[in-house]
Design a protein around this ligand. Sequence first.
Ligand code: HEM
Length: 411
Amino acid sequence: MFGQDAMIIGSESVAKSLLDKRSTTFSGRLSLNAHSETGLDCNTGFIGCNDTWRLHRRMHHDAFRREAVPRYHSSQMRRVHILMDNLLERPELFEEHLQTFSASIILSVVYGYEATSSTNPLISLVERVDKLVIENIVSFEVVVAAIFPFLLKAPTWIPDFGVKKKISCIRARVYEAAEAPFKYAQDALMQGTVGISMVSDVLKNWEDKIKSTNVEDALKGAAFTAYTADAETTTSVLLTFMYLMAVHPNVQKRMQDQLEATIGTTRMPALEDRQSLPLVDAVLGETIRWSPVVPFNIPHRVTADEVYEGFFIPKGSPHYREIFYDPTKYVNPEHFDPDRFLHSDGTLNDDTSCNMIFGFGRRVCPGRYLADNSIWLVMTSILSMFNISKAEGEYGEDIEVAPQWVSGVTT
Ligand code: HEM
């Protein structure tokens, strides 16, 4: 790939042995010249293991580590309630409502920005930029610019297949998307109207250091990464869940029965109920196994020569994984079956492989606890209030659902 050796990992044990246990050498990133030209090199996920990346990780860790996420629960609950209202009013727009939900949570926890409707300017900005990032990380123009970097500096009369124009358009959009919400958080802090958020916490607590440009740039980049990393991934898991519930009404009914038996019908589910609802966790695990949202992970780069079980792995190789469909571990892997994650008495078994959806080692997704809570809350709230079913045709017949997977970094 781009003239370098690539390695695809198709086994859970190999992935853990290399990416977790040898994470010192397996945590680099493939850096493309074109990413610095587009401004996308401010994204934590594209930075190599250097001091800037460590600064980003520290900011993400402070904001999203397991012990920090409970402070966002009330914000998440508020947005779940808005989502339920929106679904009640216009159920047919469920995809748009789920996107608005994900975008509004991340804007709130990253910038302290409170948005409720899909027409809010910052919500539309998140959606546009997210699409732009997903579509362009490996778009034709970015790949051409990566292979022929001289094109970016070539005089205008040399034909460049639209590469320069596309790259400068991405750069302008990335700049706008990173600056606009950051400025909102800075102004809100000055006016004393800001709540808890990743950006306001760093601006307040790192008061001395923030004056240095590289710390402010790192914060802008880390915040921009968090808000683009969340919206698409969380929505994608939730849309897959909606589809699976529509085509597996028996699983949906089992979950609704467990919800009703555990929390009754007079209140909404809360994260404190999680331990008592093992089937929800089994369905969540099976949903992300059945359709892993980032199926090829973000490629890691090997930063020193390695040997593994007699195989030489040269420095510089990127590697990927495709392990959720391993038939030796999952019988009929194409089949959706949450019971894979349950003992016969209905309690959860010890298979936690679905956590691999969040990556490995030092590069593991820092937003995993926040995303997991949001997804759990939406799944349980929707099933407490609604039935998900196929649409009906003119004569009351079921219309079969034909999901259309779009290609890109996420499915
Ligand atoms: C369902 C939701 C999500 C999924 C499936 C997901 C998945 C991933 C994966 C697979 C990676 C690459 C890990 C690796 O290289 O091994 C990643 C990286 C990352 N994610 Fe997430 N993510 C989700 C939500 C979030 C959220 C909510 C945030 C922020 C609040 C976030 C922030 C990041 C960042 C900053 C990175 C780059 C880490 C680095 O390169 O050091 N993600 N995510």
